[in-house]
Design a protein around this ligand. Structure first.
Ligand code: SAM
Ligand code: DTB
Ligand code: SF4
Length: 324
């Protein structure tokens, strides 16, 4: 008998479609039912067996004034990450060229700033123009944006801006004191109004409860429209950060989070993001089954490691997944 799968939301429309309670219910489903439902939703919106490859580069590393409790780049924590100057455009372009040759289609430039000052933005605009000219999709993650900066980035050829909600609203204050959830929503609003595509996700494994993971997913799915890209990061526990001793999150909870992101944001790219180096291949395979269809590709994230590109190519070949 053919089984019917409810792949849509619990009713209603727009921002109210996925309440927090309805996402909590999803999280509580038996794991295999949840993964089946997520894969069914995935196949309604995407060709199966395809993955989008994004390569990251830290264009300005370390020395950040913010106090994000997970981050090795905060100047407040002794993590061994040095405060370095902004990279030269030529260095960035060369890294982007190598990423393209390795098969990446998107190049994401990250900076350890609270947000860019006017003089910080000028070199980034040059980088965006040059990376775009290589035929790559461009993404930047520079922190909080002021009025007009999203438009400057758009006019330089930026396709996506990454700015994560990071966690549920009520958890945020436990992790970051130097800026608020409202600040983050404000930057996301500026990005959207400038006509940029939004890359917005979060981190799990910061000691939050399942209901709080549901709160993150509900907050992401309530962005109107939902983000085009949704990076789901597993906390990389870095010595010296306040969260270095966070309890390890069970792999099944990570898979559930991916599945819930897929079901609630069915047309978005869900990226299996930080934490893959610590993740067994079989867990990564379950994440793809649960609807992940994007990864960070290349042997570094920003300051921490990522699986080697040749290992990832072998894994994707084993699973019959091809770059889109
Ligand atoms: N400074 C900018 C900002 O915070 O918006 C942009 C760069 S910041 C490093 C980008 C994102 O990386 C953060 O929002 C967070 O989600 C993620 N991130 C940072 N450290 C991480 C860690 N140790 N594990 C997982 N994700 C992390
Ligand atoms: C995102 O959600 N994850 C990436 C990217 N956006 C910028 C960053 C992960 C950083 C992991 C810690 C590090 O390498 O410094
Ligand atoms: Fe700075 Fe971004 Fe790290 Fe926060 S996440 S400390 S803003 S680099």
């Amino acid at each position: 008998m053919q089984q019917t799968v409810n792949v849509s939301g619990p009713g209603g429309s727009g921002a109210a479609r996925w309440s927090r309670a309805s996402v909590e219910q999803l999280f509580d489903e038996p794991l295999l039912d949840l993964v089946y439902r997520a894969q069914s939703a995935h196949r309604q919106h995407f060709a199966p067996g395809k993955v989008q490859l994004s390569t990251l580069l830290s264009i300005k590393t370390g020395g950040c004034p913010e106090d994000c409790g997970y981050c090795p780049q905060s100047a407040r924590y002794d993590t061994g990450v040095a405060d370095e100057p902004t990279l030269d455009t030529a260095v960035v372009v060369e890294a982007a060229r190598r990423a393209r040759e390795a098969g990446a289609t998107r190049f994401c430039m990250g900076a350890a700033w609270r947000g860019p000052k006017a003089r910080d933005l000028e070199p980034v605009l040059a980088m965006v123009r040059a990376v775009k000219a290589l035929g790559l999709e461009t993404c930047a993650t520079l922190g909080l944006l002021r009025e007009g900066q999203a438009e400057q980035l758009r006019d330089a050829g930026l396709d996506y801006y990454n700015h994560n909600l990071d966690t549920a609203p009520e958890v945020y204050g436990r992790i970051v004191a130097t800026r608020s959830y409202a600040d983050r929503l404000d930057t996301l609003d500026r990005v959207r109004r400038a006509g940029l595509r939004v890359c917005c996700g979060g981190i799990v494994g910061m000691g939050e409860a399942r209901a709080e993971r549901a709160g993150l997913i509900a907050a992401l799915a309530s962005l109107d429209p939902p983000p085009e890209s949704v990076p789901i990061n597993a906390l990389v526990r870095v010595d010296g950060t306040p969260l270095s001793g966070a309890p390890e999150l069970d792999w099944s909870e990570f898979v559930r989070t991916i599945a819930c992101a897929r079901i609630t944001m069915p047309a978005s790219h869900v990226r299996l993001s930080a934490g893959r180096r610590e993740m067994p291949e079989a867990v990564q395979a379950l994440c793809f089954l649960a609807g992940a269809n994007s990864i960070f590709y290349g042997d570094r994230l920003l300051t921490t490691g990522n699986p080697d590109a040749h290992e990832d190519r072998a894994l994707l070949a084993k699973l019959g997944i091809a770059p889109e």
